[in-house]
Design a protein. Sequence first.
Length: 295
Amino acid sequence: MEIETRDPRFASIVDRDAALERLVTGCKFTEGPVWHPVERQLIFSDMPDDHMRRWRPGGGIETFRRPSNMANGNAYDRQGRLITCEHASSRLTRTEADGRIVTLASHHEGKQLNSPNDVAVRRDGAIYFTDPSYGRMDYYGVKREPELSYRGLYRLSPDGRSLRLLADDFGQPNGLCFAADERRLFVNDTERQHIRAFAVQADGSLADGRLFAETKGEGAGAPDGMKLDAQGNVYCAGPGGIHVFDPAGIALGVVRMPEYTANFCFGDDDLRTLYVCAATSLYRLRLRTPGLSLL
């Protein structure tokens, strides 16, 4: 692992001598890691293998769900239920406490969604998710023509009854996360290699969308998974690894990874461990700054 410093403040986030540990390898393409603070376990997806896996500290790796409808992004709601984006079925689903899987969203205005990709849950229970077309391509999904003419960003109301299209002007919307006060929503666009910031309105809609940052650098990769730390810094997968920006969008540095990096999450009791899904492997790295608690 290499640390690329672009601003001296990056030293307060990650130690240049921090050790990168590979926990799991041999996967096809890892994605969607999510840490449960009570159960102390990590669940992540392997889309091409149609497989969701569970890893526990000291307990190793096991199957969580297979088949998984080529699951991608995951998040927990405020009740600790797993919300999952499924590429093969074009659904957003929720796993109930008894293990039942229920469909939360599959169509918009009578047409099947493209392939829900990543998801974030607001404190009021509203669910925001992106819907690019990657899951309608070979390898990462099931090849088929889209029914929708756009790749959207959506909000599912807290009661699950209303699905609202918030934006339809993305190339390929992908990772998303809220600011700590939930007054801003960050959404990246893989195709355009940038991150946008939106103001969240009282009714949950979005306004004042603007360019927040661009993921520039050497190496393979593009904007994908995205999270915030407790200081409001924005972490985003990008060329060469994980790019970190301050709350104003100034680039602080890059944690350069040995494999193509898709997604990551903060975990462990202090939220100072970064669990990283990078191509065939799952890695972890200790940071100096903890992540933002999502439960």
